[in-house]
Ligand binder design. Structure first.
Ligand code: ADP
Ligand code: MG
Length: 626
């Protein structure tokens, strides 16, 4: 069944209105939620509480689920039902787990449908559900603070997270009623919080020492686009180790062996507080009366702490050296070092980093909050809230090939042109071809060519149940929507009857960069325009869009073309602008100008696409690229 197009190619953009979008750092130890308030990113807190929500969920026999500090307090008393560090289990089966991981010791783990589950008093729980509890708690907090339930969120994930881990994170968000605008790499979020994308291009190191994990990432910034060049780290190294050493130190100093779970918890709290105090003061006291009545008192100095953490610091610097080597850059080439994670507050860590990089690290923003704040900035921008000149920010997010629909005669009607910034939604109206036609086949294709056979088929689906009408009477609105992660969904709706059908497809990621380049080259070689009025109007729109896209591309990725190429592109741009401005111009003149512009930008576009796809795919597993 063919499609017959009847209406103008009316393009509809989603309306822009200010929306509340949040940034969420879903951490191993702590999670935070932040948003833009009064023009600045802010981590949200309950009353006078800290913005850090312990990433702990407890299932109780009474059917209650507790999240955060209240759950954390139960960790020692009821370890089997108190879920800590669940982030380590995201997107994993038991076969993927390290059997020596101390965090997993209390749990009864089982696999169900390839995913690890934990047996609790409340039944089997999987990491996605548990993470959803944390996200829901953050969402509820945002509602209390903002008086508005946020639905759109940017959620951060470690740069090394593979597709299964990312998908699990997205699923957790969906369970919590959140629409994920984007999963953002944690190091990139930290860099955004410091506004690095607006500054000098170069190599940046993001050093993230949290409670239980150390992550180091080398980011390459070029014209506002971050590329993850290398990642490294240790999933069993962090501030919590320091607490264990100090715990032993205090036991040794006082000669008291602390046994009762409640005492252990209190002493751990006390040494953690002492450790945190030593980030500012030179001395800290521990003074506890244990349940046995014995007094456990000791004093710790910053110098002692510094001595204790030396091995930890040395290990992190080893891993940093290795990551620099993987990225093939030297310490001297590092433009800046960003500190992330509460444990980077330790002065010994800061001193060591400054000595290693021979420059003071960026530490002006609270290292606990920096990831969430960066995510909030990104969320605000993705929600379409304009920010003046920075609106074109992070051009990484463009679709590499046009998305279209098959129309009569095996031709392709482009619905979303290539290089459109995502997220984007476009709709177009179609109608039935025959009298009494009750179904409509919709064939979604990708590519620049005019004939379906020359494009790549992405999906086919049918809209059924259209009430029988005369040919041309039905009004079928086909909407293409590409979300911020590059996922395309297509829906079709007959507007008289309200009959609907939709489908989700994955564009672009299914294609290799080479394939995309080849298809683009073919499209330029074979670009031929129809000789009718409508084509002329479309040509005009297309020309404006291409001029726009080229200007933006030149501004953002200038370094990807040579001086000679740039001159050629600029000349072609001038000619195209003149042709668009001249209302009396022959369509052929515009056509020629446009072809010349496409020809001039083709190699450049291919290089950009190659680079951006590589960046977009960084951290994705090969399995995803089928
Ligand atoms: P994660 O990213 O793993 O959730 P965080 O970034 O929240 O972890 O870091 C938590 C760690 O930071 C804990 O070990 C905590 O004790 C430590 N920490 C927090 N504040 C300080 C401080 N002022 N001085 C030293 N360590 C701190
Ligand atoms: Mg963290």
């Amino acid at each position: 069944m063919a499609l017959l197009q009847i209406s103008e190619p009316g393009t509809a953009r989603t309306p822009r209105q200010r929306r509340c979008a949040v940034g969420i750092d879903l951490g191993t130890t702590h999670s935070l939620i932040a948003t833009i308030r009064n023009g600045a990113p802010e981590a949200l807190r309950d009353t006078d509480d800290t913005p850090l929500l312990p990433s702990v969920v407890r299932y109780s026999p009474d059917g209650q689920t507790r999240v955060g500090c209240v759950a954390q307090a139960d960790a020692l008393r009821d370890p089997q039902n108190t879920m800590i560090s669940v982030k380590r289990l995201m997107g994993r089966s038991t076969a993927d787990l390290d059997p020596n991981d101390a965090h997993l010791a209390p749990y009864d783990l089982v696999d169900r449908s390839g995913m690890v589950h934990i047996r609790t008093v409340a039944g089997l729980k999987n990491p996605v559900e548990i993470s959803a509890e944390i996200l829901s708690a953050l969402r509820a907090r945002a509602q209390r603070v903002l008086d508005e339930m946020p639905t759109d969120a940017v959620i951060t994930v470690p740069a090394y997270f593979d597709d299964a881990q990312r998908q699990a994170t997205k699923d957790a968000a969906r369970l919590a009623g959140l629409h994920v605008l984007r999963l953002l790499n944690e190091p990139t979020a930290a860099a955004i919080a410091y506004g690095l994308e607006q500054g000098a291009q170069g190599q940046y190191v993001i050093y993230d020492l949290g409670g239980g994990t150390f992550d180091v990432s080398i980011l390459h910034l070029r014209r506002g686009v971050f590329e993850v060049r290398a990642t490294g780290g240790d999933t069993a190294l962090g501030g919590d180790d320091v607490d264990r050493w100090l715990f032993q130190e205090v036991s040794a100093k006082t000669g008291i062996e602390v046994r009762a779970p409640e005492d252990i918890r209190r002493l751990f709290d006390a040494v953690r507080r002492a450790k945190e105090k030593l980030s500012v003061d030179d001395e800290a006291q521990i003074d506890l009366v244990l349940s046995s009545g014995a007094r456990c008192a000791a004093s710790l100095s910053e110098a002692e702490l510094a001595g204790r953490v030396q091995p930890l610091i040395a290990r992190t610097l080893d891993l940093t050296r290795r990551a620099l080597r993987d990225a093939q850059i030297s310490v001297q080439e590092v433009q800046g070092v960003v500190l992330v994670g509460g444990a980077t507050r330790m002065r010994a860590v800061r001193r060591a980093i400054e000595a290693f990089f021979k420059q003071p690290p960026l530490a002006g923003i609270d290292p606990d909050q920096v990831v969430a704040l960066g995510a909030a900035i990104q969320a605000d921008r993705l929600a379409g809230n304009p920010r003046g000149a920075q609106d074109d920010w992070l051009l990484l997010d463009v679709i590499p090939l046009s998305l279209g629909v098959e129309t009569m005669g095996g031709l392709v009607e482009k619905i979303i042109p290539r290089n459109s910034t995502i997220p984007v939604a476009r709709a177009q109206a179609f109608t039935t071809f025959k009298d009494g036609q009750t179904a409509l086949a919709i064939h979604v294709v990708q590519g620049e060519r005019e004939r379906v056979t020359d494009c790549r088929s992405l999906a086919r689906f049918e809209l059924r149940g259209i009430p029988p009408m005369a040919a041309g009477a039905a009004r079928i609105r086909v909407t293409y929507q590409v979300d911020a992660d590059g996922l395309l969904s297509v829906s079709a709706r007959e507007t008289h009857s309200g009959v609907e059908a939709s489908i989700c497809v994955k564009p672009s990621y299914g294609l290799s960069a080479d394939e995309i380049t080849r298809m683009l080259e073919e499209s330029v070689r074979s670009a031929r325009m129809d000789q009718n009025e409508r084509a002329a109007r479309e040509l005009h729109i297309e020309a404006e869009r291409l001029i726009d896209a080229t200007e933006t591309a030149l501004a953002c990725d200038a370094e990807l073309c040579t001086e000679a190429e740039r001159e050629k592109i600029e000349a072609a741009l001038r000619a195209a602008r003149a042709a668009v401005a001249d209302v009396n111009a022959e369509r052929n003149a515009l056509n020629t100008a446009l072809d010349a512009l496409k020809g001039a930008t083709d190699a450049f576009a291919a290089r950009r696409m190659d680079k951006h796809i590589r960046a977009a795919l960084a951290g994705r597993s090969v399995d995803d690229l089928t």
